[in-house]
Every structure is written in structure tokens, then in C-alpha cells.
Design a protein around this ligand. Structure first.
Ligand code: AMP
Ligand code: ZN
Length: 455
């Protein structure tokens, strides 16, 4: 099975050939843990989870190492911890856990490795030291800067001109960089901020060097695949390449992959625009599988318009597939591979819309099939196809039970709020138990109660 992937570096769809088929390496830039993640942030981890599953199917489960990091030191983290008046580690631990819960709700496999930035400061310092020794970086009062002008390759990933690269670069008053495009490798400590000792003074790392160090330490000098959202091409990934390749003279990654943005009403979903819908909020209203389906409904490189309609359609699609599986619930599925056409679609640059069309075809056949051996084969193929994209593994009966009882749950939660207002604690407890029995957890707050599905 040949896998073809669009490589941002060459702007071409290329056959994927790992450097070592016994150890295929993939790194995806993970979240900065200072806040809840929104559904746009969920697109990269879901897309690359599908690629992780496909690579495991192609090379063997033990032969694929997938690392997704946590950025647990950053300006936004420092600002938010100060705002909430709590230690940085408390803040980042809380949002790391929430992120993991969100990822599990979306049906993502745990990555093989989840390195943290704060766990790799010595490795970052090592790269910075190598860059200074080479004359590719210089030390100023405000920190250590990467000297872009010395790097002939700079801009090769984003294919930007010097002028284009300048737009968007910010020069802070205290910066003492020599050229506006130069970027920070190390930031000199400011009072009250977390800091580490280093050969170039007390301070903390810049964002880009974190990924360069975590990749090198966990996966090696040159990895097979590096992924992330399209917004990361410049400057983040351009700068990762500049640092790693200048320091060690080897390509950082052989295939660079970027997912398109998720937008809402034609605008990109982003915290700065204030139009975000959080994963954990959606997951309390919709099965995680519906969210996952919605995120895979467009090709990963295309923009994805997110709406309530999309979620309704995704739910309807899964209802249709689970209906076919429910009809065959007493049939023993054959232990077979996913159908060739399904695998071929995924191998063609992760064409999930086409793969899903194959799955619908199987469901149509399954609905008509009257012969047991055929039913066993069809069920086996549907389940194997579903497993490759992380859906359809649940009990079909439970799917319909959980999907149809939102109104019932809302009524029980409202009754419980009323019981609490009437200080009828026994009744409130009883209703909590009833809801727990339905796999629903209730969270009380001063405005009332919210709920989410658990387990
Ligand atoms: P951030 O929290 O902004 O650092 O983003 C974390 C990850 O989510 C990065 O890989 C971004 O590329 C990705 N991302 C952020 N917003 C969106 C969006 N609206 N659509 C798709 N990916 C996004
Ligand atoms: Zn990164």
C-alpha cells in the first residue's frame, strides 16, 4: 500500500517513503495549555490521528512513533497565570488534563509521546549554543536572536519574500535584534517570570526552539513527517527549520503537512476574533464521534465551514451507518481488512470524503444483504474501515440510546435544579444517580447545572 501525501516543502503530492520503515516518525505541534481548546484546534489532532492510524496499518503498530507536544511555557501562559493568581504549573496541569479529555472525547488515540517544553530546556540550550558557536545566532541584552540574514535557506518552506516575511513581525521596545526578521531563541528573564539558568544568562526559551528541541530529543535529527495547522507554516515551522538545519546541517523533516483552517460564517475561528466554540462544550451536547465525523467531512487541506448544520448532517451520517450495523448486531463480523477502495482513498493524501463514500456504499449493501456469509464480510469491512478513521467502534444499540435522549436528560437536569432550589437534597441526589446511570455527569454552578456524557 503506497501512501501519497502533499508535502508543503515541495508543494507536490509525493509518495511517502519513510527513512526507516521499522521506525516511522511523526511530530505534530500541540497546544499551548492556558485555556480550553476550541473546535478549530481539534482539526490538526484529528487529521493527524487518522494519518497515525493509517501509518500503523501500513508499517505495524510498534513501528510508528508519533509525538505531539505540550507548550507549557509561553507569554500567554504567564499572563493567564498572573490574571488567575495561581502558579503556572497548576494552570498548565489543569489545561493539559482538559486537553487530554477533549482528545479522548474526539476518539483520538494517545500519541506515542507527549513531550513538554519545560521538560526540554537543556536540549533547547544545546541547540542555541550550537547556533551561537556557528555565528548563526547572537546574544543581546533582551535575549539570544537567530540571525535570519545569515541563513540562505530561510523562507524555503513558506516561499515568502523578505518583504512578506517582515509583515507581521513585531519589534518590541526592549528588543535589541539587529534585523526585524530575526527571532528570539532565548528571552532574558524579567522579574517575576519563570526562568532557567543558561550559558547565555537566566531566561526562558522562545516558542520555536521548543519544537526543534523536542523533535531532536524524542524522535531524532531528521523525522519523516512534521504536521500542524496551515497558520504554523510561517513563522513557526520556517523558524524550526532555520534553527535545526543551521545547527546540525540535516533536514528537520522530510514531509511537511498542513491542515486547512476551520471557519465559522466565513471567518476563521480564533480566540482573538472571539468566535470560538470550545471542544468540551460541544462534547457535552454531541457525541464526540459526531464532532470527529464533522472534522473529517472535508479534505484536510481544504477549509472547513463549521456550523450546527454540519453537526446535524454528521449525526445523520453516523445514524445511517449505525443503523446498518444495528441490523447486523447478532452477526459475527469477519476479521478482515478495510476494503481496498477505502484504503486507497486514505492513501491518496488522506482523502476522507472519498473514504466515507465507500463506507456508505458498504452500509447500503449491508442493509440489503440477506445471506449470512455476506453479512459477516460486510460487517467486518465496515468495522475495519471505521477503525482506520476512528469511528463506528461503539455498540450500535448504545449509539441510538445515547443520541436520542438529550431531551430526556434536559428534563431530568431541570428537575434536579428545581430540587436543589427547593433544598430537597435527597431528591437532587437521587436524580444525580439516575443521570449517572445514563452515563451523564452533572456539573453544578451558581447559574444552574450543565451536563456531559462520561464513560
Ligand atoms: P493555537 O492554540 O493557536 O496555538 O493553535 C493550536 C493548533 O490549532 C495549531 O496547530 C493551529 O494551527 C491549529 N488551529 C488553530 N485555529 C485553527 C482553526 N480555526 N482551524 C484549524 N486549525 C486551527
Ligand atoms: Zn511546533
Amino acid at each position: 500500500m503506497d501512501i501519497y501525501l502533499t508535502n508543503t516543502l515541495t508543494r507536490a503530492k509525493e509518495r511517502f517513503v519513510p527513512a526507516d520503515p521499522g521506525r516511522v516518525t511523526m511530530y505534530v505541534c500541540g497546544p499551548t495549555v492556558y485555556n480550553y481548546a476550541h473546535i478549530g484546534n481539534a482539526r490538526p489532532p484529528v487529521v493527524f490521528d487518522v494519518l497515525f492510524r493509517l501509518l500503523r496499518a501500513a508499517y505495524g503498530e510498534g513501528s510508528v512513533v508519533y509525538a505531539r507536544n505540550f507548550t507549557d511555557i509561553d507569554d500567554r501562559i504567564i499572563a493567564r497565570a498572573a490574571e488567575l493568581n495561581e502558579p503556572i504549573e497548576t494552570l498548565t496541569a489543569r489545561y493539559t488534563k482538559i486537553y487530554r479529555d477533549d482528545m479522548a472525547a474526539l476518539g483520538n488515540l494517545a500519541p506515542s509521546l507527549e513531550p513538554t517544553a519545560t521538560g526540554h530546556v537543556p536540549q533547547m540550550c544545546e541547540i542555541i549554543g550550537a547556533l551561537i558557536d556557528k555565528g548563526a545566532a547572537y546574544k543581546g541584552k533582551s535575549g539570544v536572536w537567530f540571525c535570519v540574514a545569515e541563513d540562505a535557506d530561510y523562507g524555503k518552506l513558506s516561499r515568502r519574500t523578505q518583504d512578506e516575511m517582515l509583515t507581521g513581525t513585531r519589534v518590541e521596545a526592549e528588543d535589541d535584534k539587529k534585523h526585524p526578521s530575526d527571532f528570539a531563541l532565548w528571552k532574558t528573564a524579567k522579574p517575576g517570570e519563570p526562568a532557567w539558568d543558561s550559558d547565555f544568562g537566566r531566561g526562558r526559551p522562545g516558542w520555536h526552539i521548543e519544537c526543534s528541541a523536542m523533535i531532536r530529543a524524542n524522535l531524532g535529527e531528521t523525522i519523516d513527517i512534521h504536521g500542524g495547522g496551515i497558520d504554523l507554516i510561517f513563522p513557526h515551522h520556517e523558524n524550526e527549520i532555520a534553527q535545526s538545519e543551521t545547527a546540525y546541517g540535516k533536514p528537520l523533516a522530510r514531509y511537511w503537512m498542513h491542515n486547512g483552517f476551520l471557519d465559522m460564517d466565513g471567518e476563521k475561528m480564533s480566540k482573538s476574533l472571539g468566535n470560538v466554540v470550545l471542544i468540551h462544550e460541544l462534547a457535552s451536547e454531541w457525541p464526540g464521534e459526531v464532532l470527529r465525523w464533522a472534522l473529517l467531512s472535508a479534505h484536510y487541506r481544504a477549509p472547513l465551514g463549521f456550523s450546527r448544520d454540519l453537526l446535524e448532517q454528521s449525526k445523520a451520517s453516523l445514524d445511517r451507518l449505525y443503523t446498518a450495523l444495528r441490523r447486523l448486531k447478532d452477526v459475527d463480523a469477519d476479521d478482515v481488512d478495510a476494503p481496498d477502495a477505502f484504503v486507497a482513498a486514505l492513501c491518496d493524501d488522506l482523502n476522507t470524503p472519498e473514504a466515507v463514500a465507500v463506507l456508505f456504499g458498504l452500509a447500503t449493501e449491508a442493509n440489503k444483504s440477506e445471506k449470512l456469509p455476506e453479512q459477516q464480510a460486510l460487517k467486518g469491512r465496515m468495522l475495519a474501515a471505521g477503525a482506520l478513521i476512528g469511528v463506528l467502534q461503539g455498540d450500535p444499540e448504545a449509539w441510538f440510546r445515547s443520541g436520542d435522549n438529550v431531551d430526556e436528560i434536559d428534563v431530568l437536569v431541570a428537575e434536579r435544579v428545581a430540587a436543589r432550589q427547593a433544598k430537597d437534597w435527597a431528591e437532587a441526589d437521587r436524580l444525580r444517580q439516575v443521570l449517572a446511570g445514563m452515563g451523564v455527569e452533572v456539573m453544578d454552578n451558581p447559574q444552574g447545572s450543565t451536563w456531559k456524557r462520561v464513560g
